[in-house]
Design a protein around this ligand. Structure first.
Ligand code: ATP
Length: 532
């Protein structure tokens, strides 16, 4: 680990004595492969791998030749003049030919992989990255995938892997650590759950074997359901860290194959209930950039410390991967593969995006009412910057003869679940929300996302609008802005333009501004007279 490693990873210590043999092996490997630096040169994995293959072949050849000559020099061979000598030189020749063929085939495979990745907009960095999947059937032929899983994939209607699944699944199945960035709605959940189930093979009773962390209870509940669906017909113990479980479970006897939790609940379980994570083999940080934000820093750090198994495989997934997360990943992981689908930190290209100037807060309310009156195409998600503002807008729209509901962190768990379920079931047409459901939530078929309040960061924009246009479907995103938001408009305009949507030229001429959190104080939405 780098000497300047952050506090976040300060708890991870490496027992050099215990793993002395491994250190020696890796040091040797490093010099053997001429210290192929994973991270210094991006995107040119195939060239590097080709070099490595060539080098390996040459050194094998050298070794062969050396072995051959030493045989002659030693001159001790009872079969010196016999057929076996002739055969042995024939064998050497055959070996060399087969090495040559092998090398050619490997190079051809690398080229095929590179072409295939290009077709699917997959970019990889890292040493010896496994070939992407052509189809789910390859899970069987290459990795002996159990039939229950293939059957479940079929029943869920997944015909072909998405680009992130094509690449991240083989990386994880090869036992490599991985950090990945792929657009919203592109199937990242399956990309980490499928290899996890395959690696776990069968249910076991010996403690917690895999952990998936994500930042909200809603998202944990969603991932829990996805895991259950994929694991159908196999009796894996998949557990969701609910308040009840946290309060009542006896974690000293806790058979669990996969545990899904928010960082806070898992930390409480570590501190108060002494949950044992030392046997965890697989750890996934979903929405990893959110998890690495300062407010969750300590919690994530304590989870990482508790997951002390030295052979653990960690992976990070998100639709946005800022540089600071990549830096953390490099400090944290070894021999990891970086997988990027499309361009990093970009909005999904299937969403039609529009920026609308509303002048004032009043203008926003008029604009949303007009938009609903002209063409309300539910389901619609409306994002606001705070729970107070979400409640205010709900107060306005609740009497407009549309089926509207609201979700924010002041609601009880049951109310939050009901709001999500009713929206999913189509009972609610318009869901007014804070950023609590901006990331990860898979509401199928959201037709339109309205950013009533301008998002507080470029990544918040990408995640919010990514609630529509999922799994290849089309969607629409409308972002209101007022005078207060203009200084931050250019960053979002760039994202809109980069996805191929129209942006007025004056917007592209605005100054780019360094953007931390933009949450201006806004005038109240409520049109009701204030009571004294
Ligand atoms: N191979 C596939 N073929 C078709 N649909 C798929 C496939 N894999 C996943 N899906 C579907 O795509 C949708 C989006 O998947 P998922 O929620 O995993 O996206 P995501 O990439 O994690 O998005 P976000 O970044 O917003 O969290 C889900 O409804 C899922 O069932």
């Amino acid at each position: 680990m780098a000497s300047d490693s952050s506090f976040l990873f300060s708890g991870i210590s490496f027992d050099r004595k215990k793993f002395g043999a491994d250190i020696a092996r890796f040091q040797k490997k490093e010099s053997d492969t001429n210290s192929v630096k994973i991270w210094s040169v991006a995107e040119d994995e195939s060239a590097k791998t080709r070099e490595a293959v060539e080098e390996k072949t040459t050194s094998t050849k050298k070794r062969k030749r050396k072995g051959n000559s030493s045989e002659t020099v030693e001159g001790f061979n009872v079969f010196r003049n016999s057929a076996s000598v002739v055969q042995s030189s024939g064998e050497v020749q055959a070996d060399e030919e087969s090495i040559e063929l092998n090398k050619k085939e490997k190079n051809r495979q690398l080229e095929r992989d590179a072409i295939f990745r290009k077709q699917h907009n997959i970019h990889v960095s890292g040493y010896n990255v496994p070939s992407p999947l052509q189809s789910f059937d390859e899970l069987k032929t290459r990795y002996n995938c159990p039939s229950y899983l293939l059957r479940n994939l079929k029943e869920l209607g997944f015909k072909l892997p998405t680009p992130i699944q094509r690449q991240a699944i083989p990386v994880l199945l090869d036992g490599r650590e991985c950090f990945a960035c792929a657009p919203t709605g592109s199937g990242k959940t399956l990309a980490f759950v499928c290899p996890m189930l395959m690696k776990l093979k069968d249910p076991e009773r010996g403690g917690i074997r895999a952990v998936i962390l994500c930042h909200t209870r809603e998202l944990s509940a969603q991932i829990f359901r996805e895991c259950k669906k994929l694991a159908k017909r196999k009796k894996f113990r998949i557990k969701l860290m609910t308040k009840n479980l946290l309060r009542n479970a006896d974690f000293s006897k806790f058979p669990c194959d996969i545990l899904i939790s928010t960082p806070l609940r898992l930390c409480l379980a570590i501190k108060k209930k002494k949950i044992d994570l030392s046997r965890v083999d697989y750890l996934v940080l979903d929405e990893s950039d959110k998890l690495f934000e300062p407010e969750l820093f300590k919690q994530i750090d304590s989870v990482l410390k508790a997951c002390s198994n030295p052979s653990i495989i960690r992976s990070l997934f998100s639709a946005t991967l800022p540089d600071f997360v990549e830096d953390r990943a490099r400090e944290l992981m070894h021999d990891a593969v970086r997988v990027i689908v499309g361009r990093k930190n970009m909005a999904s290209e299937t969403i039609k995006q529009k920026l609308v100037f509303t002048g004032s807060e009043e203008g926003k309310l008029l604009a949303i009412r007009q938009s609903f009156a002209e063409s309300l195409n539910p389901p619609v998600l409306v994002f606001l910057q705070s729970k107070e503002r979400a409640k205010e807008l709900y107060g306005e729209l609740a009497f407009d003869n549309i089926r509207v509901d609201v979700i924010h962190s002041d609601l009880s768990q049951q109310e939050r679940e009901n709001a999500v379920d009713n929206f999913r079931a189509g009972k609610t047409w318009v869901l007014i929300a804070t950023d609590v459901v901006a990331r990860g939530m898979d509401f199928k078929g959201v037709n339109c996302v309205i950013n009533y309040d301008f998002p507080d960061s470029a990544s918040a924009y990408v995640h919010r609008i990514g609630r529509s246009g999922r799994a290849g479907r089309t969607g629409e995103a409308i972002t209101f802005y007022t005078e207060d938001d203009i200084p931050f408009l250019r960053n979002v305009a760039n994202l809109v333009a980069a996805s191929g949507c129209e942006v007025p030229s004056w917007l592209m001429e605005l100054q780019k501004k360094k953007w931390k959190k933009h949450r201006p104080k806004r005038d109240s939405i409520s049109t009701k007279p204030e009571t004294a």
